[in-house]
Design a protein around this ligand. Structure first.
Ligand code: ADP
Ligand code: MG
Length: 458
């Protein structure tokens, strides 16, 4: 075997131990090595399914690059592209990059549902409780209660996860139901492909009928990231017709978006008005406790033992990556992946090195200055007083809070923090940190105040 293939096998072997068997089969196995460009340091891989590449890029690229770099013995990037099939004449549409979506009359049960995205693996908390409950209700009794269901929220907060969970649940409990999950991008691409103008008229007609049948014969349509349709008028019209066809026959429709319906400005009014009548449920960024719970769940899924060190590392990630579960998960994967590859235990020091760039990023955003400014604003203290020797409680206590936050939110050392607070000693900072930490345990109002200040800072 040439070393190129050998190294490829080695990389796969490394990865296999790192992710669940199901994920490996779904997202890694379909990839094939194509070529290695030494000068650009890029390994090109191919796959015949665009969605797999999308998921791969989102979830596994980092881990994969690590494994590839170790196996090939050099720092490599990985670029995945859609496998160019030999073109059959009838497949030639205006955009051949999407030749990988078969336009079948029969809707296959292969709905691209990620096996890991189910209700059991979804952590429920204050910020997603409503969306979860609505999703669950729809899954248990499609097209009876909330139709359409409109899930919205920022990137990486679990919209796709919930949609797949609904899909799994319905398929499991009712094998006869036709469930179709698509991203709005897939929908658009398929539509364009179905309109291919190199066909004979008859063929073109057949393709369009196939497209319509595919979408209008389902019992449950899940369409992800509807904001992608903004500005795409022809696709919107087609989607509107699909929507009406399904809705009038009492079929369940579930839509996700990164914004609430009223903020989808360049979308056909006929669509937005229907969305406005839908059951809209938002998902917000998880709070600290929830972030910890999610990370613990992910660690458990990957069979990682929760040692005190791992728990501390999870705390670090939850603290540093507040807004995006996907990124949080990526950070955890990176640490566990590296730890396996390098056969090193997971410790705080190891985590800090592995996440150097991410931590540097979050630290550069949050400076001691901005912490001070926000604490001053919150407690109505002047910046000058904050740095002064004054010891009145109305000033000293906010100062201690600011020190505590500086320790929590930045990577600054205690002496360095002391220096920025009017040249105080590091023991003063340490004392402040411990005090606030203790006070927070007893005093839930203080805890809330500190959460609010953190939000202001960010
Ligand atoms: P979105 O579609 O909103 O951009 P995803 O559904 O793709 O986000 O979620 C990103 C990642 O975060 C996924 O791996 C998902 O499993 C995970 N995730 C998000 N929210 C939760 C949650 N509440 N519990 C468990 N995992 C979550
Ligand atoms: Mg998504």
């Amino acid at each position: 075997m040439a070393s190129f293939e050998k190294n490829w096998e080695k990389a796969l072997e490394l990865l296999r131990g790192d992710i669940s068997e199901a994920s490996y089969e779904a997202w890694i196995e379909p990839l094939h090595p194509k070529s290695l460009d030494h000068s650009k340091k890029i390994l090109y891989v191919e796959c015949d399914n665009r969605y797999i590449i999308q998921v791969f890029n989102k979830r596994y690229l980092q881990l994969f690059e690590n494994a590839i770099s170790v196996a090939y013995g050099e720092d490599l990037h990985v670029e995945a592209t859609v496998f160019e099939r030999a073109m059959e004449p009838e497949k030639m549409g205006p955009s051949n990059s999407i030749a990988d979506y078969p336009l079948d009359d029969e809707l296959s049960q292969e709905n691209y549902l990620n096996p890991r995205y189910n209700f059991e693996s979804f952590v429920v908390g204050k910020t997603n409780e409503f969306a979860y409950t609505a999703a669950r209700a729809v899954a248990e009794a499609p097209a009876t209660k909330y139709n359409p269901l409109f899930l919205y929220g920022g990137s990486g907060l679990g919209k796709t996860h919930l949609m797949h969970a609904i899909g799994h649940y319905i398929l499991k409990n009712n094998k006869n139901k036709k469930v179709l999950y698509v991203t709005s991008e897939m929908f658009t691409n398929e539509l364009i492909s179905s309109l291919g103008n190199t066909d004979t008229r008859l063929k073109a007609h057949k393709r369009q009928t196939q497209f319509r049948n595919k979408y209008r014969k389902v019992d449950v349509l899940l369409i992800d990231d509807i904001q992608f349709l903004e500005g795409k008028e022809a696709t919107q019209t087609e989607f509107f017709n699909t929507f009406e066809a399904l809705y009038s026959r009492n079929k369940q429709i579930i839509i996700s978006s990164d914004r609430p319906p009223q903020e989808l400005k360049s979308l056909d009014e006929r669509l937005t008005s229907r969305f406005l009548w839908s059951m809209a449920a938002d998902i917000q960024a998880p709070d600290y406790e929830m972030r910890i719970a999610i990370l613990l769940k992910k660690a458990e899924e990957e069979n990682i033992e929760i040692t005190p060190d791992v728990r501390a590392v999870i705390g670090l990630i939850a603290e540093k990556i507040p807004y995006n579960v996907r990124e949080m998960e990526g950070a955890l994967n990176r640490i566990t992946g590296f730890s396996t590859l390098m056969q090193k235990p997971i410790t705080m020091a190891f985590a800090r090195t592995t996440l150097k760039d991410i931590l540097a990023n979050s630290d550069s955003i949050i400076s001691t200055e901005s912490i001070k400014r926000n604490v001053c604003k919150y407690y109505n203290v002047t910046l000058k007083d904050m740095d002064s020797p004054k010891r009145a409680r109305s000033i000293a206590y906010p100062r201690q809070i600011a020190m505590y936050l500086a320790k929590e939110l930045t990577d600054q050392s205690l002496p360095k923090i002391g220096e920025t607070f009017g040249g105080r000693d590091h023991t003063t900072v340490l004392y402040a940190c411990n005090k606030i930490r203790e006070d927070m345990k007893e005093n839930s109002t203080l805890k809330e105040e500190i959460e609010e200040i953190k939000n202001m800072i960010r």
